[in-house]
Design a protein around this ligand. Structure first.
Ligand code: SF4
Length: 347
């Protein structure tokens, strides 16, 4: 079986392998709803996540990150490609084509944490009911047993078990996100997909939440697919980072390499926009002009060419393939080897 273009392996065992995943939404017109085009939200993405690893997925909003995560969970059906989850009991399962029973089983091992802890908790349920729900639905524990497991989970995320009879409104944003994490961990998953898990939180609370996620990863041997538009946050938690642009991965590399020696101009521009803590340091931000293109009508050739300061004639004609530029570092740019791009510390 082929493997995706990742180089850092916390273990040698892949947990999730995404092959040529596509999610295209048809654009229809007229009474007969004739298909006149497609929105290519995810367009031929291949990635591998190893056990115990955090794979960070970055890009501007509209780059396809969230659609990719929902396709991995089968919250939406992918148009093409496969999503292989290596299940301890059932072996390699293709989530993209699995039947309902298999999907139900695999989903216990794959959980998702969303951005907004305010809307992802039912305000009419107590914390006990919220965290115990997946245990009861999956017939794992009820009554006293479920209550004991909820107490254990609350302690695990740094909350006091006596809070379990309270409702979500009694908690701060950071505490609510801990409740969301406790619920996601209720079924002992191996993979947690996090979609902007800290972006609704204050900066000081963000740091605490990120530290908690790292602690939990070490203790429970979790793997994370961590989605964020914030490159500072992604650097803090990820072993490997993939940069997405208009539905495609344009660069993927071990975190240190990608931040110090990027090989794609889009990565360089994103790195230049990370805020610096030192106000005396002069910042030379690379301004990317224009908006991220509409995935229904992306530019020809390299999708980044209208915004790229290094674009040449070839760029609008031919789409660059994702290829290995340095060991373990892949980029989709015709001129990666010739460009001397700046790393995060050069701005
Ligand atoms: Fe820029 Fe051309 Fe490289 Fe695309 S292929 S990133 S337009 S230099």
């Amino acid at each position: 079986m082929p493997t995706g273009p990742n180089a850092v392996r916390v273990t040698e065992r892949p947990l999730l392998e995404i092959f040529h995943l596509k999610k295209h939404y048809p654009i229809t017109q007229g009474l007969l709803k004739r298909t006149v085009g497609y929105v290519k939200a995810v367009d031929d993405v291949s990635l591998t996540l190893y056990e115990g690893q955090t794979l960070g997925l970055v890009g501007e909003s509209g780059s396809g990150k969230t659609t990719l995560a929902h396709s991995v969970m089968r919250g939406i059906d992918p148009t093409a490609g496969s999503v292989i989850f290596h299940d301890q009991e059932r072996g390699a399962v293709d989530v993209a084509s699995a039947d309902r029973a298999t999907l139900r089983h695999v989903r216990r091992n794959m959980q998702m944490v969303f951005q907004d802890p305010f809307s992802s908790l039912n305000p009419r349920m107590t914390v006990l009911d919220i965290i115990a729900e997946p245990l009861e639905v999956n017939a794992i524990a009820t009554g006293k047993e479920a209550q004991e497991r909820v107490a254990e989970l609350l302690q695990l995320v740094g909350l006091r078990p006596e809070y379990m009879r309270r409702y979500p409104h009694a908690f701060s944003g950071g505490q609510r996100q801990r409740i969301v994490v406790a619920r996601a961990l209720a079924l002992n998953p191996r993979l947690v997909l996090m979609d902007e898990p800290t972006s609704a939180l204050d900066v000081s609370i963000q740091a605490q939440t990120l530290n908690l996620l790292k602690e939990l990863q070490d203790r429970l041997h979790l793997s994370y697919l961590f989605i964020s538009h914030d490159l500072g946050v992604v650097e803090h938690v990820s072993d490997v980072v993939a940069v997405m642009y208009v539905g495609r991965v344009v660069e993927i590399a071990p975190t240190h390499k990608l931040y110090q020696q990027p090989k794609h101009p889009y990565t360089e521009a994103l790195l230049s926009s990370i805020p610096k803590p030192d106000p005396t340091r002069k910042k030379q931000r690379i301004a990317i002009t224009g908006e991220i293109p509409n995935p229904a009508n992306p530019p020809t050739g390299c999708h980044f060419h209208p915004r790229c300061p290094y674009a040449q004639a070839l760029c609008s004609r031919e789409a660059p393939p994702l290829r290995e530029i340095t060991p373990g570092q892949f980029a989709a740019c015709h001129f990666s080897e010739d460009l001397n791009l700046k790393g995060v510390n050069d701005f």
